[in-house]
Ligand binder design. Sequence first.
Ligand SMILES: Nc1ncnc2c1ncn2[C@@H]1O[C@H](COP(=O)(O)OP(=O)(O)OP(=O)(O)O)[C@@H](O)[C@H]1O
Ligand SMILES: [Mg+2]
Length: 343
Amino acid sequence: MVSLPDNSAAPAIEVRDLVKSYGGVTAVSRVSFAVARGEIVGFLGPNGAGKSTTMRILTGCMPATSGYAAVCGLSVAARADEVKRLLGYMPENNPLPEDMRVSEYLHYRGRLKEISRKKLGPRLDEVLELCDLKRVRHRIIGTLSKGFRQRVGIAECVLAEPPVIIMDEPTIGLDPHQILIVRDLIASLRGRMAMIISSHILPEIEMTCDRVIIINQGRLVAQGTPAQLRREVLGEARYELELAGPDTGLAALLAGVEPTLKIAAVAAPDADGFRRLTLTTANAAELGEPLLRVLASGSRRVRALTRLRPALEEVFLAATRQGWEAANAVPGNARPRPGNEPV
Ligand SMILES: Nc1ncnc2c1ncn2[C@@H]1O[C@H](COP(=O)(O)OP(=O)(O)OP(=O)(O)O)[C@@H](O)[C@H]1O
Ligand SMILES: [Mg+2]
């Protein structure tokens, strides 16, 4: 295990007012966030949002134009060598040496990470087991499938048990079975290492991460737990209801349960006379029980009532759309539309 610097109360990652410009393109624009020790954070954003750029700055691979980035309280710009010892980094399109064998490569990386010869042997066995690489340990990396190469990258990342892991799209190109393995692997490291993981696979992020940060066109547009983001970005709860009986007085009945409760959509009745209604409300509290009480009385009948959980996709789309709209609300700040941003 890598020993931590004295200021171990500092967050695992801290970014303040980070800016990165590539000539005329501002890839990262005044981004600030922190990742606590042991926390797993999903880093989301459309293509070209600035995720890889932020990660490269954090790992000391590239300098920022301005702003502050620190790992375990150490400034990345001022103490890059020490910071590198605290990090496991899996870059985008993780380049690996084609002609080395898996265990040979991991052994070499372990020595570079200053793991003693005595500890390295048992640790390699552990990591090969953890990443399900035992059966390919003697294979030449160049002959491995993409999924196995990804696992070699992840194995290298966790090898020295650093307190902070940064993985740029670790599951890109993996089949669903391998995605599950990587998800379990990340979950098994929960609490032991802080992690920031970028991905476009939103259900995976939702299942693995404690918190999500969304950036769009270089700006941070939302952060929080998936539940907080649903509330803050979508701003409402939704219910789906299958109801038979008269329409008259229904709106008033719903308003009696919660004044902001509205009927958003009604489907035609089926053969049994049940219609599917979608209700929306600005109140995030659980309204299922009072709804059932008032609706199932009198001549109305309820066959089903479900609180709908919007997928993280909806939150992502709304947050990136809102970010774009906010940027364009400032006069003179003409930015390209989402989907038409610089590539
Ligand atoms: N070396 C570079 N030189 C010039 N511009 C760059 C360079 N690297 C990235 N950019 C630009 O910076 C912006 C952010 O790119 P970045 O790779 O950080 O995005 P990303 O969020 O990782 O996207 P993706 O999801 O496609 O991986 C893009 O507009 C990109 O074209
Ligand atoms: Mg990227």
